[in-house]
Ligand binder design. Structure first.
Ligand code: ADP
Length: 484
């Protein structure tokens, strides 16, 4: 892997704690390339005690960091952003090697991830407080915003760069310090952020990267250590519940970006070609491994057959392969369990009467690769109606009326992203308002941007990431009541 990089020193395998590069007391763990299966690196495996050390360093560093002016913090954060963009190609190569997504998508993720650092560097200067007219003649009320303190972060493998920057950007801008435990599948993309943070001049201890193969031990340390004042997590609803329970003992602030089961609705009056393009971007980005990927595609009866045919024509042209090879549209899935889950959802649908109109029905696995699959005749009793597939399976449900599809779309414990294609203006308003989701894409399949508040309702999470709202997650409000 190092030989593919313009700057091989970006391939760091040690942990970054208190401004120092350290080995793990628990040895190392292997990072595999999901396309080829070979081990690309052995990464420092930190013990729980070492994570506690990182938290202690972060606690000390935060006190100084919070004294920096917004403009001073903005300066080093901007430099961090510039370095990410300067090394975009290398960061993308590292990301594809450990995560699998096609290189072009990986480059896109680096730019997207970096954009949060750029955006929140700017926001660092705009953490405004408030004055409120006093409730008595001699009273003055001032509201100040202060950093929460030490933030513990746990992130998944599907966006190894952006899931960290979305949290670290606003946290550091607000004056918090940060201890990041990346997913064990994709630690290299996290560690390199530490390399660049050091080069950018972010002070020792403000950003710590603590790879560890034992997620639950790190999770416990972050929740039980009194120095940590906030947990920010992206991952499954299941693990989110565990962390919320653990965090309850210290009444810790929590931001949770959890699972989704996104509906993608195509109405009769939709621009069908645009809907097909949107469905492809939404369903097959990162090979279906995003929490905002369309999981259930609802198509109105009048356009159902035409949509299915058009989607099939387009998807059948997509090339599956190693993300590092040119021309690859769909990379491998992250591991064999991910493949098994997609296969289970396909088999379940087939056994309940769905028809597979595109895909490999053999059921045999070729490494971590699986052909993109489209099924028609999807119904509510099939697994994907309630569970996230997290893979390249597009189930097409047929519906008759607007009210029917709104009820179907909302019939889930999740409420992260939703999408629909329609032209009628009153329908657009009505459906956008009726969908019980934190995010609604109307006539678009791509909704992610650093300037908007990303997050879910229901069991998809707590809090928002991105936009000026995102920084509030890392700030406490304090009011000062003064008698004059
Ligand atoms: P995904 O399916 O996206 O991997 P998970 O919720 O399983 O979602 O994992 C998200 C992150 O949470 C990963 O980094 C994983 O290692 C970590 N994790 C898993 N279990 C726990 C736990 N009990 N406590 C803290 N972190 C955990």
């Amino acid at each position: 892997l190092a030989s593919l990089l313009k700057d091989p020193s970006l391939l760091e395998t040690r942990a970054y704690v208190n401004g120092a590069w350290i080995d793990g007391d628990d040895g190392t763990f292997a990072v595999d390339n999901p396309a080829r299966g070979d081990t690309i690196a052995d990464v420092a495996d930190l013990s729980r005690a070492q994570v506690a050390d990182a938290i202690a360093a972060a606690e000390k560093a935060q006190k100084e960091w919070a004294k920096w002016t917004g403009k001073e913090r903005a300066g080093v954060l901007r430099k961090w952003f510039d370095l990410m963009m300067e090394h975009q190609d290398d960061l993308a190569t590292i990301l594809t090697a450990e995560q699998g997504k096609p290189l072009a998508e990986a480059k896109g993720e680096i730019a997207y991830g970096a954009s949060f650092i750029e955006f929140f560097a700017e926001e660092a200067k705009r953490i405004y407080g408030e004055t409120i007219p006093g409730h008595q003649r001699d009273k003055r009320i001032m509201v100040m915003k202060q950093p929460i303190g030490v933030v513990g972060s746990i992130t998944p493998w599907n966006f190894p760069n952006a899931m960290i920057t979305r949290k670290a950007g606003p946290a550091l801008a607000a004056g918090c310090s940060f201890v990041a435990r990346p997913a064990a599948e994709t630690p290299l993309s996290a560690i390199v952020l530490g390399v660049l943070a050091e080069r950018a001049g972010i002070p020792a201890g403000v950003l710590n990267i603590v790879p560890s193969s034992s997620a639950s031990e790190v999770g416990k340390e972050m929740c039980e250590n009194p120095a940590v004042r906030k947990i920010t997590f992206t991952g499954s609803t299941e693990v989110g519940r565990i962390l919320l329970r653990q965090a309850a003992d210290q009444v810790m602030k929590c931001s949770m970006e959890l699972g989704g089961n996104a509906p993608f609705i195509v109405f009769d009056d939709a621009d069908l070609d645009a809907a097909v393009e949107g469905a492809i971007m939404c369903k097959f980005r990162n090979n279906g491994q995003t929490c905002v990927c369309a999981n259930r595609i609802y198509v109105q009866a009048g356009v159902y057959d035409a949509f299915a045919q058009k989607l099939k024509d387009r998807v059948s042209k997509m090339k599956v392969g190693d993300g590092l090879e040119a021309g690859t549209d769909l990379g491998p899935l992250i591991n064999s369990e991910a493949i098994d889950k997609v296969r289970e959802h396909i088999a379940d649908a087939k056994s309940k009467g769905a028809e597979i109109i595109l895909g490999d029905e053999s059921g045999s696995n070729d490494g971590n690769f699986i052909a993109p699959t489209i099924v028609t005749g999807a119904t509510r009793d099939m697994s994907f109606s309630t569970e996230e597939t997290f893979g390249p399976l597009a189930p097409l449900f047929k519906f008759e009326t607007e009210d029917d599809v709104i009820a179907l779309a909302n019939d889930t414990i999740f409420g992260l992203a939703s999408y629909f294609y329609a032209k009628d203006l009153s329908r657009v308003y009505k459906v956008a308002e009726a969908l019980e989701y934190g995010i609604v894409g109307v006539n678009t399949g791509i909704i992610s941007t650093e300037v908007a508040p990303f997050g879910g309702v229901k069991q998809s999470g707590l809090g928002r990431e991105g936009s000026h709202h995102g920084i509030e997650e890392f700030l406490e409000m304090k009011y000062v009541c003064m008698s004059v």
